[in-house]
Design a protein around this ligand. Structure first.
Ligand code: SAM
Length: 275
């Protein structure tokens, strides 16, 4: 199957659709990216070109196509204990603070959680903290959300192949927190039980999610417009309890997007605290 070149108007319509539906900003000349990511859907939707697929999407022609197109266009890259420092800040600063304050319940949101590595790394950090400080942080709830139904289902399963398991996870943590079945590794119930997952678009209202003490929003806003970044950060500030913390990706910053947070420097890394 070959893919005909994209007509400039089709490309522009698709660019607008993507930004409005999931926030993703496509540059002007990303025809190759669109073609390479969407061509894998051609067989599934019985079309002969990406242009045809875009027309079908625009016509609202096929159930599930809109979601599958968004899934194909978004980047799902993730791994265990990504950037390391957020998990060290949790264990060395935020968890001790909460334990000292005698917090009954700690609520953590992994926004744009992909296949769950971030949420479950947080849960492993909780177990490690509890081992060092028995009797503390007994009630931690981690909510993982992502726009992709398929990836949320993977996260919920908590089962990973050998390739995924090796990325960022030490053999010690792997053996302690997973059980092996053949080529796959399944999380132990203790780690899984703290996390729940649901489909959720960051452009939608956060009111029904409730309030959190810590939010991880990493490696997703980097794809969004300045306007959406400002709006999302303002709404995340409203979703945090007083003094709550927000982690961004290692290559992302708050610069000019929000003054609702103060930067707390750690060595290494930074976290943002709600003012
Ligand atoms: C690169 S991954 C980051 C995963 C994890 N936070 C990390 O840093 O390792 C980005 C995730 O954002 C999700 N995503 C993209 N747009 C979204 C939106 N509008 N709402 C919620 N999730 C979105 C994608 O499906 C993908 O799983």
């Amino acid at each position: 199957m070959s893919s005909a070149p994209l007509d400039p108007q089709d490309y522009e319509d698709f660019r607008v659709f993507l930004e409005q539906s999931c926030g993703l900003v496509l540059g002007e000349n990303k025809h190759y990216l669109v073609t390479s990511r969407l061509s894998r859907l051609m067989g599934e939707f019985s079309v002969n070109s990406v242009a045809e697929l875009l027309h079908l999407r625009k016509a609202g022609g096929r159930s599930g196509l809109r979601e599958r197109v968004i899934e194909a266009m978004t980047t799902k890259e993730t791994y265990w204990f990504r950037d390391v420092f957020p998990f060290d800040i949790l264990k060395n600063q935020i968890f001790p603070e909460q334990a000292k304050a005698g917090a009954n319940l700690l609520k953590i949101w992994s926004a744009a959680c992909s296949s769950g590595q971030e949420a479950y790394s947080i849960s492993m950090a909780v177990s490690e903290f509890q081992q060092a400080r028995p009797g503390t942080l007994k009630n931690v709830q981690i909510t993982g959300t992502d726009i992709s139904a398929a990836i949320v289902s993977d996260a919920r399963a908590g089962r990973y192949d050998s390739l995924a398991i090796a990325r960022g996870l030490s053999p010690e943590r792997r053996d302690r927190f997973f059980t092996r079945d053949g080529e796959h590794w399944t999380l132990r119930p203790e780690i899984k039980a703290r996390a729940s997952f649901r489909e959720f678009n960051l452009l939608d209202s956060y009111t029904l999610l409730g309030r959190f003490d810590v939010i991880f929003c990493r490696n997703v806003l980097i794809y969004f417009s300045a306007e959406n970044k400002r709006d999302i950060l303002a709404r995340m500030a409203q979703s945090l309890n007083p003094g709550g913390y927000l982690f961004l990706g290692a290559s992302e910053s708050m610069a000019n997007y929000s003054n609702a947070f103060e930067m707390v420097r750690s060595n290494p890394g930074v976290v943002y605290r709600k003012r």
